[in-house]
Every structure is written in C-alpha cells, then in structure tokens.
Design a protein around this ligand. Structure first.
Ligand SMILES: [Cu+2]
Length: 166
C-alpha cells in the first residue's frame, strides 16, 4: 500500500515537472532559435535530407520535397541543391520569423541578399550546400526562399517537428 502511494506521488511529481518545463518554454517561444533547436556540427549528424530548389515551366519556383518532417531531438543534415537557373536560398525558422525576414528583404533594397547563417544558405545556380541542425521541440516551422518574389510563387513549405507515431 505504502509502496503504491509512493509510486503515485512520484508519477505526479514527474507530471508537475513536465508541466512546469512546458510553461517555461512557452515563455521563451519568441526566441526562435531556442524553440526550434540549435546548429549542429556537420560531422555529428544522423540523417540527410536532400532538398532541391528550381523553377518550373509554368512559372512557379519550388522546393522538392515540399514538406519536411523531423523528430524532436533529431539532428539532420540538409543537403541543398540549387537545380534552377537563378539564385535561390533555403532558410528555416518560425513562421513569424520567416514573415519578418521576408518583409525585411522586400523593403530594404540595400539589404545584403546573401544572409547565410546557421539556418540559412544562399546558392547560385548549380551550387550545393549543407546545413546541420538539431531540432529541439515539437512544432510547425517553415522553410522558404526569401529572395523577393520567390515566396509568392511557391518557394515555401512546412517543417514539421513531431514524434513519429506508430
Ligand atoms: Cu528562390
């Protein structure tokens, strides 16, 4: 009996801790990098996701695949190929950050187009590049090309971080 009570209170303590952590993370949701994860060294990565960027004959610009799914805690290596005829970029962030960066690139003509960072890479036609990232929390993020006009004709897609359901 005593043992059972202890087990229950231990389980409740765990649940309370989990809840507290969740609330704490929610408070820092505006810090995109924290909620999405952290850059990873390229040699410590586990899974490779190949992403191709190109223009279509009907005037669209796309990513292939159009949806990326990863698991919380997973480290992935993105191998990005610009298979198009013009410059493209691959950037992933929270949807809010994507919109903010997009507006910035639209309005600031002097803005340096190549804003490569830990979560972004700009590639010339025919060029390849790599990014590695450890995704922390479950959530729906977005990948996009923010070169003015490209997002509007299709260069974006959801980056879903969630546990695999079997
Ligand atoms: Cu583009």
């Amino acid at each position: 009996m005593m043992r059972r009570l202890l087990t229950i209170s231990f389980a409740m303590a765990l649940a309370t801790t989990a809840l507290a952590q969740e609330t704490h993370e929610g408070e820092h949701a505006s810090e995109a990098q924290h909620s999405m994860g952290t850059p990873a060294p390229l040699d410590a990565t586990m899974r490779t996701i190949d992403v191709s960027m190109f223009e279509t004959e009907d005037g669209r610009m796309v990513f292939e695949p159009s949806l990326i799914e990863v698991q919380p805690g997973e480290t992935v290596r993105f191998v990005i190929s610009n298979d198009g005829l013009i410059e493209h970029e691959f950037v992933f962030d929270t949807p809010a950050e994507i919109i903010a960066h997009k507006d910035e690139m639209m309005t600031d003509a002097a803005h340096d187009m190549a804003h490569d960072s830990d979560n972004a890479i700009t590639l010339e036609p025919g060029e390849n590049g790599e990014l590695a990232w450890t995704f922390a929390n479950a959530g729906v993020f977005e990948f996009a090309c923010l070169i003015p006009g490209h997002y509007e004709v299709g260069m974006f897609g959801p980056l879903v971080v969630r546990p695999t359901t079997m």
